[in-house]
Design a protein around this ligand. Structure first.
Ligand code: ADP
Length: 741
């Protein structure tokens, strides 16, 4: 990811930071909850372990009670026979109340001299096979004479001398000598004659002869009568104590403190016949159990994933939190962290977008400010360059804004400037007020162009003076079309006005002082050439004819100049009349025929469109046609006629003059109607002409409301035409516009 990416996603930084912090808190909480869960599990394990050990201890104590009770039988009754023993044990309902006890028995102490009589007596009870086993010579004998229930495995123990075996003997003499209950070390019971062999042990309670109250070891040895005892198969005992319910806790019981297989009394996994799980140990605890003179070591452990005690499991299932809390915390925390990440990212993106938008808008505003500034600057330069003053009239409030140049133009200070329209008009020359007012209202009401010339009183250095001004402007209108504001420029045209005056004076001088004498000169020359002076020598006649032709050309040039001047000064006055087109065309053709003949060219009037009327100034119309015809004649090849056509095109009447001359060169067409323009400058000399004809013709045609045009093909000829709106002549001889479409 490059820096551009980060630049575009600035908001991602805080979002990621918050995400990381939130994830950190989540992981921390997860760890804590997990730790708590482990502590809880361990506490539960320790409790279970304690329960197990307590139960074993408690049960053994109960068993002691049974033996103490049975021992009490001997204290209470003169003789305890087999039936009394059986009655006592039956009453206990061992199988139901004390599962795990193999039996409750009595072992009688016998001296060697008593042995034979004893065996005799028992055999007499109906057990002919009876003998004390193992057979052999010993200093003392003991014999299990009662063992209830007297059936099954227990029968094997009948007559067994437990004192003949070392482990049992140790426990027996310890009990006898100290007057206490003892249990033996690990033994294999004589009852183990079928099925799986279990580890076993025995519990002894000493029984002393009646009325004897032995106080020490010697007295106890002397008073010893026998032992109330219980044999235990450890697997069965543990099953009796713990039941079959799984606690998930495995344990082993060792006789003594050495944890060796030889010492092992019990192992849950072996007892249950289940294989040891492969999972690692989760918890382990070792407890010492002091029971009736022996020390047992109980090693308790729990593996990962071990089945739980059903009750605990049920509670845990209810309180989902205990077991699943860590996962829930982790999942919830992670989800919330991601949510925060996305939220923050989303918000930051929104904010970035807003900032970008604001920046774009700011730069757009800056740009438009810049554009506006430049445009104002340009406008300012332009205005300063033209030397115009700018005014802005708020028509609704009748107040004015003037640019500084206006003050200069009027020679006034800012305070002296007229504010309302009236006070401004008061500055105007009395002769110009009416026309100014007229033009203004024409613009405001009729939308005519506002371009007025008038004089204003100006404060000059040497007092007030009248100066000519040109005001141009444009109104700004409301939706309803009412002018609400008007702005424009004010130009001092005094100098220009003076120049125009001088020019028009000059033109009038040319007109009168040049044209009038020239008319008389050419008149005189025509007379002289016509023979008024009699026959002249040929040389003189030639000279006079040249002079006459030149005087005519000079006259034509002056006429063109005067026309041009009149047209551009707007002083060309038209006298409109209804004109019958064909007659006018025929007249023009006739008038120009002799001129054409000089070039060896004739005119053919092609179309006979009679009774077509247009509105023209007849003299000027003839001038237009004469220009077309003379040009066509001039530029036609010799003996090639010029075609003149009158046709109706829509609502217009078109008069065309076609020649078959050289045509108009492409590059010249643009300048064709400009003043003094000729395709070939040598024309002036060869063909005569000023280059003013078409310019004058165009102005005249437009002045009559018509249109001028041409078509031309280089080398093939040209066709010049004029189109004028057709009019119909009513009964009252009143011309109106035709209604042809
Ligand atoms: P001029 O008095 O020189 O004829 P015009 O304005 O009538 O002035 O014509 C201008 C120029 O247009 C001419 O000099 C010529 O070059 C060109 N011109 C006008 N009519 C024709 C035509 N019928 N054929 C060829 N060229 C023409």
């Amino acid at each position: 990811m490059n820096s551009k990416f980060w630049h575009a996603n600035v908001g991602l930084f805080p979002a990621i930071m918050v995400f990381l912090v939130s994830m950190g808190v989540t992981l921390f909480s997860w760890q804590q909850v997990k730790k708590r869960e482990i502590l809880y599990q361990e506490a539960r394990f320790q409790l279970t372990a304690k329960d197990i050990v307590d139960n074993i201890e408690k049960r053994l104590t109960q068993h002691e009670q049974i033996l103490l009770g049975s021992a009490g039988l001997f204290d209470a009754s003169p003789t305890v026979d087999r039936n009394a023993w059986k009655a006592y044990v039956d009453r206990l309902q061992l199988a139901k109340n004390y599962p795990g006890i193999l039996g409750v028995g009595f072992s009688l102490l016998l001296k060697p001299d008593e042995l034979a009589r004893h065996e005799q007596a028992i055999r007499a009870e109906g057990f002919p096979q009876y003998h004390v086993k193992p057979v052999g010579k010993r200093d003392l004998y003991t014999s299990i004479i009662f063992l209830e229930p007297f059936e099954g495995r227990n029968l094997a123990a009948f007559g067994f001398d437990m004192a003949s075996e070392r482990t049992r003997a140790l426990a027996m003499w310890q009990a006898a000598e100290n007057g206490i209950t003892t249990i033996s070390g690990k033994v294999t019971l004589v009852q183990e004659n079928k099925g799986k062999v279990q580890a076993g042990f025995l519990m002894y309670v000493p029984v002393y002869r009646k009325q004897s109250k032995p106080q020490n070891v010697a007295e106890r040895r002397a008073a010893l009568y026998g032992f109330a005892y219980s044999p235990y198969r450890v697997d069965d005992l543990m099953e009796g104590i713990l039941g079959r319910g799984a606690t998930g806790v495995e344990f082993q019981i060792f006789d003594g403190t050495e944890l060796s297989p030889e010492n092992r009394l019990y192992d849950t996994t072996i007892a249950a016949g289940t294989t040891v799980g492969q999972q690692h140990l989760r918890f382990r605890t070792v407890r010492q159990l002091h029971v009736f003179g022996r020390q047992w070591t109980v090693v308790l452990s729990e593996r990962y994933g071990a089945p739980q005690d059903a009750d605990i499991e049920a509670v845990n299932n209810l309180l989902l939190t205990e077991k699943q809390l860590p996962q829930v915390v982790l999942a919830l925390g992670t989800s919330i962290s991601f949510l925060i990440l996305f939220l923050m990212y989303f918000i930051s993106r929104q904010r970035d977008a807003a900032v970008r938008l604001a920046e774009e808008m700011t730069s757009e505003i800056r740009e438009s400010h810049e554009t506006l500034r430049r445009s104002e600057e340009r406008f300012d330069f332009a205005v300063r360059g033209t030397n115009d003053g700018i005014w802005d009239w708020n028509i609704v409030e009748n107040s004015f804004y003037y640019s500084p140049r206006v003050f200069e133009l009027l020679g006034l200070s800012e305070n002296d400037l007229p504010q309302g329209l009236d006070s401004l008009q008061a500055l105007a020359h009395p002769d110009d007020k009416a026309i100014l007012q007229q033009q203004l209202s024409n613009h405001l009401q009729n939308h005519a162009t506002f371009d007025a010339r008038f004089r204003l009183q100006v404060q000059g250095k040497d007092g007030t003076e009248w100066r000519w001004f040109n005001a141009r402007g444009m109104a700004i209108r409301s939706e309803q079309g009412v002018a609400v504001r008007m702005a424009g420029a004010l130009t001092d045209i005094t100098e220009r006005y003076k120049a125009e005056q001088m020019k028009s004076e000059f033109v009038s001088i040319v007109s009168h002082e040049l044209r009038t004498p020239l008319t008389s000169i050419s008149g005189s020359l025509r007379l002289a050439c016509g023979g008024v002076l009699g026959d002249l020598p040929p040389k003189a006649k030639n000279l006079l004819e040249t002079a006459y032709k030149n005087s005519l050309r000079l006259g034509a040039l002056i006429d063109d100049l005067l026309d041009m001047e009149k047209l551009s000064a707007g002083k060309m006055q038209m006298h409109f009349e209804v004109t019958e087109v064909l007659s006018a065309v025929e007249l023009a053709v006739e008038t120009n025929r002799s001129y054409a003949e000089q070039w060896g060219v004739g005119f053919d009037i092609q179309a006979q469109l009679e009774h077509a009327f247009v509105r023209t100034d007849p003299a000027r119309f003839q001038q237009i046609l004469a220009n077309f015809l003379s040009n066509a004649a001039k530029y036609s090849p010799k003996s090639c006629n010029v075609d003149v056509t009158v046709a109706r095109i829509g609502s217009m009447i078109r008069i065309s003059v076609r020649d078959y001359g050289p045509g108009i060169p492409m590059e010249f067409r643009e300048r064709l109607f400009q003043k003094f323009s000729q395709a070939d400058s040598s024309d002036t000399r060869e063909k005569g002409g000023t280059g003013l004809g078409l310019a004058i013709t165009k102005d005249l045609v437009e002045g009559m409301g018509g249109k001028l045009g041409f078509e031309s093909e280089v080398g093939k000829g040209s066709c010049f035409y004029v189109e004028l709106p057709e009019i119909t002549v009513t009964a009252q001889n009143q011309p109106t516009l035709t209604e042809q479409s």
